[in-house]
Design a protein. Structure first.
Length: 107
């Protein structure tokens, strides 16, 4: 029987030092007086006029899109978002909800 206070042999222990990425500090601590907008960073990306490749958008659906996370904890971390800004998942329309979760489950 394994000691419950110790990880199993061969397992990986993830510590705060392991997941902390110092290169994010500049982004997190950026100027709090910078110009703010009334839209999310994702809406700004969609309205930027940049190509999907430049913005790391990997899929566009009818109601939602898939974008690579700019500051991932693991390679290939994807974000699935509706085009329409909502404050809560319960505010999604039935078709937005269906497409969002279909994309989440298929990656």
């Amino acid at each position: 029987m394994r000691d419950q206070g110790r990880p199993a042999a061969g397992s990986v222990v993830v510590t705060l030092e392991h997941i902390w990425n110092g290169w994010r500090a500049k982004y997190v601590q950026r100027d709090s007086h910078a110009q703010r907008t009334d839209v999310s960073v994702f809406t700004e990306i969609l309205q930027s006029g940049l190509s999907d490749e430049e913005c790391f958008i990997v899929h566009r659906g009818k109601e939602c899109f898939v974008i690579l996370n700019a500051f991932p904890y693991s390679p290939g971390h994807l974000l699935v978002l509706p085009y329409r800004e909502v404050s809560d998942v319960e505010a999604l329309t039935a078709s937005e909800h269906a497409e969002l979760f279909a994309l989440v489950t298929t990656g």
